[in-house]
Design a binder for this molecule. Structure first.
Ligand SMILES: Nc1nc2c(c(=O)[nH]1)N[C@H]1C(S)=C(S)[C@@H](COP(=O)(O)O)O[C@H]1N2
Ligand SMILES: [Mo]
Length: 315
């Protein structure tokens, strides 16, 4: 009988230990049989390789259960990810062909302790599953079981300085991985931003997984933001850097169409998009009938962040 040694990319879920949720570069090379002298590798930066689809150790947080999840097929098969394509049903096929590079997350700017974290270090902070509503600015919505951690846990590691007022998020720029980045009419990389108090709100979440497994590439592997009270474009995918700043950061969609995609982008049925109404939405996989859109997407606890701000003007 032929005994087959699994390749690193074929490691079955049962062999993934709880302690090591992601493979680091060294064990990946070793498993693939490329491990030469350890001296040779000693100088390499620490970086981990995501394994989209492998199970994650994450526990359900009963405090965040916003309804019945949309089917996994829709969550992972109907995606906005312009780095691949603008065709929502075509993203998955392209994403499944892409191999993610070893990953590190940088936290820099106005912080006491700049961070360079690999995926294991982030997962070691503890993962939980939260079911959140998700509302795209295009007036469709889903309910998604995300696995990850509140963003404030990462920010606390870096210790923002008192002068820090915003967090700027930067996605990976790599036109060999992302065919859509060859379209130079978009000002890549995808960038987003939050005010620091928004980023520290308990609901602001950094997702490493969905449905209990590591994020599929099409959903923003290996890590993406989830801001459930804002339109979906704020929930930036494939994040490589968080920068704490004292100035409101420029964002990609705001640069492209400032009248259509504001910095705050809070879900608000009273403020129409210039080209369509935001009063209702199509729940994917739901009934034919549209459902009413709720202020802050049904998360009224964030209202205190916007006291004194005219929500009609600051969209
Ligand atoms: N880097 C990056 N992040 C992104 C996007 C994108 O094109 N590129 N699209 C955004 C939009 S418009 C939406 S609605 C959500 C979609 O997330 P999903 O595919 O996981 O549903 O991702 C957001 N994050
Ligand atoms: Mo979106």
């Amino acid at each position: 009988m032929l005994i087959k040694t699994p390749k690193s990319w074929e490691i079955p879920a049962s062999q993934v230990t709880d302690e090591t949720l992601f493979l680091n570069r060294r064990s990946l090379l070793k498993a693939a049989g490329f491990m030469g002298s350890s001296l040779l590798l000693a100088g390499l930066p620490k970086a981990t390789v995501a394994q989209p689809g492998l199970p994650l150790k994450s526990g359900k947080n009963p405090a965040y259960q916003s309804g019945n999840p949309t089917s996994e097929d829709l969550v992972t098969g109907y995606n906005n990810y312009y780095e691949f394509t603008t065709d929502k049903e075509g993203v998955k096929t392209l994403a499944e062909k892409a191999t993610l590079p070893p990953w590190k997350l940088l936290i820099d700017g106005l912080v006491e302790r700049p961070q360079e974290l690999d995926l294991d270090q982030i997962a070691a902070l503890g993962l939980e599953q939260r079911i959140y509503r998700f509302r795209c600015v295009e007036a469709w919505s889903m309910v998604v079981p995300w696995d990850g951690l509140p963003l404030h846990k990462l920010l606390a590691l870096a210790q923002p300085q008192p002068a820090a007022k915003y967090v700027a998020f930067t996605s990976l720029e790599d036109a060999t991985l992302f065919p859509g980045q060859n379209n130079k009419s978009y000002p890549w990389p995808y960038r987003e931003g939050l005010r620091l108090d928004e980023a520290r709100h308990e609901l602001a979440f950094l997702s490493l997984g969905v449905y209990g497994r590591q994020l599929p590439t099409q959903n923003g592997a290996p890590l993406r933001l989830v801001v459930p009270w804002k339109y979906g474009f704020k929930s930036v995918k494939a994040i490589v850097k968080l920068t704490l700043t004292d100035k409101q950061p420029a964002t990609m969609w705001n640069e492209i169409a400032p009248r259509e995609y504001g910095f705050f982008a809070n879900v608000n049925p009273e403020v129409d998009h210039p080209r369509w109404s935001q009063k209702s939405e199509k729940l994917l996989g739901g009934w034919f009938q549209r459902q009413p859109t709720l202020l802050f997407n049904g998360y009224p606890e964030v209202a205190r962040l916007y006291q004194g701000l005219d929500l009609k003007r600051w969209f």
